[in-house]
Design a protein around this ligand. Structure first.
Ligand code: GLY
Length: 350
């Protein structure tokens, strides 16, 4: 097992290793005297891992209850959030109790937001069950729900008390969902770590899971320590996301998040090359790794449609969008771009 300590407004550990789920109770009890533990999960994850989590917590002395909602992004709503809050209130949960988010990014985000706001904040543990949630959404305290106007438009920064990544649960992930998470892993290599990037290039989908997840969490830990509230360097984690979210949205989410981020990263690289921010070798390296993971790098949507969709993204600041562009593998830059110039940046990336 590897341990990464995150130092933000709260200090907490991220544990990474095989078989960790069965020690959830032990780790939870080390944080708080056992009382009630509410496990919040979804209809995909609960049948697979609910019992293991529940037994582990009960063996450590917790009284467990659970709340399960339908799996999928369509559940990341105000309705689900309010239903969870009502469930917590009806279960008479107090601040000395604990919430466990058992699932992927949707479960983690909505449970984190409920934990941030129920009784003005109650301790929660993230138990991510997808690669994407392990390397990104479970670490760093971003919690959110979607609004009809867009993704993640309501939320809070609220750090968990512990993150427990059981790498064995990745075996049950459908391959396309695993691949989706790989796009975020590749993103860390492009942003910060050429050695990680080379490992991914050489090993493809057979990369060393424990080592790679640990490295991604270390890199995210560094970012969160420097810019917890996302006013500066944390924005680099949006590499591939401005163009990617536009593709995702225009496709009505038939292009998955990971595929869209892959397309967005490839577009960012091509734009950067045309602007002489990076060279052709960097573009080719990114293309080669995306190909190696079976991830796409092009979209058929027009620059005009992509611009319109990108402008509704919450990452826009007034009249400017901060584009993240690679300089070389392991180093990227934030380029504030006036929205009137956005279309030509997109055209260059297509
Ligand atoms: N998912 C991007 C961030 O945590 O800032």
């Amino acid at each position: 097992m590897n341990t990464v300590t995150v130092s933000a407004s709260k200090e907490y550990q991220v544990l990474i290793g095989g078989g960790l789920l069965s020690s959830l109770g032990k780790h939870a009890a080390a944080l708080k005297a056992p009382g009630k533990a509410v496990i919040i999960s979804d209809s995909n994850v609960w049948p697979l891992y609910g019992k293991v989590a529940e037994n582990s917590l009960q063996n450590a002395g917790f009284e467990t209850i659970h709340y399960c909602f339908p799996a999928g992004e369509s559940s990341k709503t105000a309705e689900t959030y309010l239903n969870i809050l009502n469930f917590l209130a009806e279960s008479q949960l107090t601040r000395s109790d604990m919430i466990i988010a058992l699932g992927g990014g949707v479960v983690g985000d909505v449970t984190g937001f409920a934990s941030a706001t129920y009784l003005r904040g109650i301790s929660y543990i993230q138990v991510p069950t997808t690669l994407l949630a392990m390397v990104d959404s479970s670490v760093g305290g971003k919690t959110a729900i979607d609004l009809p106007a867009g993704k993640n438009l309501a939320g809070a920064f609220y750090q968990p008390s512990l993150v427990l990544c059981d790498t064995d649960v990745l075996d049950s992930l459908p391959e396309n969902v695993f691949r989706d998470g790989c796009a975020e892993v590749i993103k860390y290599g492009i942003l910060y770590d050429s050695k990680l990037f080379m490992h991914l290039k050489e090993n493809g989908l057979c990369f060393d899971r424990e080592a790679v997840i640990t490295r991604c969490v270390e890199l995210k830990r560094n970012v969160v320590a420097e810019d917890e509230f996302d006013t500066g360097s944390r924005q680099k984690l949006n590499l591939g996301h401005t163009f990617g979210h536009a593709v995702e949205k225009l496709s009505n989410f038939t292009v998955t998040h990971g595929q869209a981020v892959a397309i967005g990263m490839a577009m960012a690289a091509r734009t950067a090359q045309k602007r002489r921010i990076c060279n052709a070798h960097t573009v080719n390296e990114i293309q080669t790794v995306l190909d190696g993971f079976g991830l796409p790098s092009h979209t058929a949507f027009s620059a005009n449609d992509l611009r319109q969709a990108a402008l509704s993204d919450k990452k826009r600041t007034g009249g400017t969008v901060n584009l993240i562009l690679p300089e070389r593998i392991g180093t990227c830059t934030i380029l504030p771009t006036p929205i009137e110039n956005l279309q030509s940046f997109i055209e260059e990336g297509l």
